[in-house]
Write a protein that binds this ligand. Structure first.
Ligand code: PRT
Ligand code: ZN
Length: 304
C-alpha cells in the first residue's frame, strides 16, 4: 500500500456495531446523534462515514470483542454481558481482557439472572451445589459461582436456555432477563442477579496512536454530550423582571437558568435546561406566575 493510503487508513477509527438485533437501531441512532452520517447498503458489512474519519463494521454482537482484541476495529457497541463473557473467558485461559468498557450507553438494559423452576423451593445459592445450570454465558457464571465457592455444573447452551429444565438438561438456568415474561412463560423464577447489563461502548485494551487517540477523545466528548442531554429539555420564556423570584422558585430541579435583559429593560428572557419531561402542572404554574411565550425544546446535542 502506498504511504499516503496507509496513512489515510491509520487516521480513521473503526466502530463495530450489531448489524441486526436489539442493539442495532439504538446504536445507529446514538452515532447519528453524535453527528456521524453514513449510507448502508444491503448485505454490506463495512461502510465509511460521510466526511468524517470513522468507519462502521456491521457484525454479529458476539464477534465484537474478538474484532476489538484482534485489532480489526478500535471501538464497538455491545452488551456488557457479551463483553464480560469474552473477558471472563480470556481470564479463565490466563489472558488479560483485550477490550474494556469506555462508556455505559443507557439502552439494551437487561440482567443476567439465575432462575429456578417455580415449583422448586429456593433456599439460597448454597443450594446450587451439585446442580446443573444451563447458560449461554458460561464463563461469567463460572466466575460468579467461583467467587461464592459454589460447586455447580455449568451446561453451555447457545440458545433457548429457558427450556433446559423442562428438557431435563439442567435444574436451573442463568439467562438474560428484561421484562421477565420469558422466564414466567417457562415457569421459572429469577433468584439471583449475576450481572446488570446494558449496551456499552467498548475500546481495545491497547493505547491508540496520537492521531487516533485524538479522534477517540473527540468522539467521547460528543458522546458524553449526547448522553448528558438525552433526556433534557430547554425551557425558554419571557417574563417581567419582578416575576423572576416567583418563577425561579418553581424551577428547583432545572439547572441555573440564563437570564438576559430584553430591549424594554423591564422584562427578561430566560432559558434553563430541565432534566427530563417538564410536567404539565409545572408549565401551568409557570404561566400563572408570569411566564410568557413558554417553549419546551428538545436538546439535540451539547458539546462539553
Ligand atoms: O445476531 P446477533 O448475534 O448479533 O444477535 P443476538 O441474537 O445474539 O442478540 P440480541 O439482538 O437478541 O441481543 C443483543 C443484546 O441485547 C444482548 O447481548 C443483551 O445485551 C441485550 N438484551 C437486552 C437482551 C435482552 N434485553 C433480552 N431480553 N438480549 C436478549 N434477551 C432475550 C433473553 O435471552 C431471553 O430469551 O430475551 C428473552 C428474555 O426477555 P424477557 O423480556 O422475556 O425477559
Ligand atoms: Zn449474538
Amino acid at each position: 500500500m502506498a504511504d499516503t493510503a496507509l496513512q489515510a487508513v491509520r487516521q480513521r477509527l473503526r466502530i463495530a456495531i450489531q448489524k441486526n438485533g436489539r442493539l442495532a437501531e439504538p446504536a445507529r441512532a446514538l452515532l447519528s446523534a453524535c453527528g456521524l452520517a453514513w449510507r448502508e447498503q444491503r448485505d454490506q458489512l463495512f461502510c465509511q462515514a460521510d466526511d468524517a474519519p470513522f468507519d462502521l463494521l456491521l457484525v454479529r454482537d458476539d464477534d465484537i470483542p474478538r474484532l476489538l482484541a484482534d485489532g480489526h476495529c478500535e471501538l464497538g457497541i455491545v452488551g456488557r454481558n457479551v463483553l464480560g463473557e469474552a473477558c471472563a473467558l480470556l481470564r479463565e485461559q490466563g489472558g488479560e481482557p483485550a477490550a474494556v468498557e469506555l462508556r455505559a450507553l443507557g439502552f439494551g438494559a437487561c440482567r443476567l439472572a439465575l432462575a429456578v423452576p417455580d415449583a422448586q423451593p429456593w433456599t439460597g445459592f448454597a443450594g446450587l451445589a451439585g446442580q446443573r445450570i444451563a447458560t449461554s454465558h458460561p464463563a461469567l457464571l463460572r466466575a460468579w459461582l467461583g467467587e461464592r465457592g459454589i460447586d455447580a455444573r455449568v451446561v453451555t447452551l447457545s440458545g433457548s436456555v429457558e427450556i433446559a429444565p423442562r428438557l431435563g438438561q439442567a435444574e436451573a438456568v442463568c439467562d438474560l432477563v428484561s421484562s421477565g415474561r420469558t422466564l414466567a412463560a417457562n415457569r421459572l423464577v429469577p433468584v439471583e442477579d449475576v450481572l446488570a447489563s446494558e449496551a456499552v461502548l467498548a475500546g481495545a485494551g491497547q493505547p491508540l496512536d496520537a492521531e487516533r487517540g485524538a479522534l477517540l477523545d473527540g468522539l467521547l466528548r460528543r458522546l458524553d454530550g449526547v448522553l448528558r442531554t438525552r433526556d433534557r429539555r430547554l425551557l425558554v420564556f419571557r417574563a417581567r423582571r419582578a416575576a423572576l423570584p416567583g418563577l425561579l422558585a418553581l424551577m428547583p430541579d432545572a439547572e441555573p437558568p440564563t437570564v438576559c435583559p430584553t430591549e424594554d429593560g423591564d422584562s427578561v428572557s430566560l432559558q434553563a435546561l430541565w432534566p427530563g419531561i417538564v410536567p404539565w402542572q409545572r408549565l401551568e404554574a409557570l404561566e400563572r406566575a408570569g411566564a410568557r411565550g413558554l417553549m419546551v425544546l428538545p436538546v439535540e446535542r451539547m458539546l462539553a
